[in-house]
Design a protein around this ligand. Structure first.
Ligand SMILES: Nc1ncnc2c1ncn2[C@@H]1O[C@H](COP(=O)(O)OP(=O)(O)OP(=O)(O)O)[C@@H](O)[C@H]1O
Length: 273
């Protein structure tokens, strides 16, 4: 598995018994504009990968291509060695969960029922929820700290609460590949840290997690692997220590930064100036 960057270098991704997500030569244009420009990148199996880059760099577009919501003009996204485009919709929904950045307008739905939607790919078409489904859905709500909201109407929740319910729905789906588009949006600092800890835990349990993130310090603190996009292209990929360096940050964001070491974790901390 390789990440190919614009300087032509490539890097072997972290070893794993089965390949995780492998995006190969993916291109996507809309209205005559190239948005995702020949992207090669990987999300190693059982790791938490951060997809980074400035506003408009193509993070959401790439996630939507991997999720199968949009179809690339060229290239493939394979998971565990299988081209996802060749997988039937229902099977794909069992394997891949996607939490979008801005959820669609909410229908009046009870929180627990919203989470139970994640179980649909796992049951036969006419069957209703089972006790096991409801148990899993409640467990998923508990994992995102929303257990006591099960009977509330989704429409009455705050942005951050709703965001966590969408993550719970993705967890109830029991995916092997979890795609998250800015999962810490709307969240306070404690909820942000809890979300990152959860992503790390899921990865440790074998889920391949790919999350678009804006906060470079959250990515530095939590990710195993990062991919930096700029103008639809991969400009750097690798470990946090390899990618989150002053030269890359300055090139991509046009800001100066120093990289310090976290006194407790030893991970990089970026100080911008
Ligand atoms: N359906 C579309 N029609 C036209 N332009 C689009 C469409 N989807 C995405 N774009 C454009 O593609 C570019 C990349 O958008 P995208 O949402 O993928 O970026 P992003 O990195 O996720 O940005 P942000 O960090 O601001 O969420 C933007 O300039 C956006 O306006």
């Amino acid at each position: 598995m390789r990440d190919r960057t614009t300087d032509g270098t490539s890097r072997v991704a972290a070893p794993g018994s089965t390949p995780g997500l492998e995006v190969a030569r993916v291109r996507w244009s809309v209205a005559g504009r190239l948005i995702v420009d020949d992207v090669d990148c990987t999300a190693p199996p059982g790791a938490f990968t951060g997809l980074l880059g400035p506003n408009g760099s193509g993070k959401s577009s790439l996630l939507r291509l991997v999720a199968g919501i949009t179809v690339p003009d060229a290239g493939t996204a394979a998971f565990a060695g299988t081209d996802l485009a060749s997988v039937r919709r229902r099977e794909r929904a069992r394997r891949v969960a996607f939490v979008e950045q801005e959820a669609a307008a909410e229908t009046p739905l009870r929180v627990l029922d919203a989470v139970l939607l994640g179980r649909i790919p796992h049951r036969s078409l006419l069957a209703g929820d089972t006790d096991a489904d409801r148990h899993l859905a409640r467990e998923a709500l508990a994992r995102v700290g929303m257990a006591e909201f099960a009977d509330r109407s989704l429409a009455t929740l705050s942005g951050g609460e709703r965001q966590r319910v969408h993550v719970a729905r993705a967890l109830a789906q029991e995916p092997s590949l979890l795609l998250l588009d800015e999962p810490t949006n709307h969240l306070d600092v404690a909820a942000q840290l809890a979300t990152m800890t959860l992503a790390r835990k899921l990865a440790a349990d074998g889920v391949t997690v790919l999350a678009a993130l804006h906060d470079l310090n959250l990515a530095a603190a939590a990710c195993d692997h990062v991919v930096m996009l700029d103008a639809g292209r991969v400009v750097a990929a690798g470990s946090v220590k390899e990618v989150l360096v002053p030269a890359v940050i300055e090139q991509v964001y046009g800001v100066r930064c120093d990289v310090l070491e976290h006194p407790a974790t030893g991970r990089p901390v970026l100080a911008f100036s």
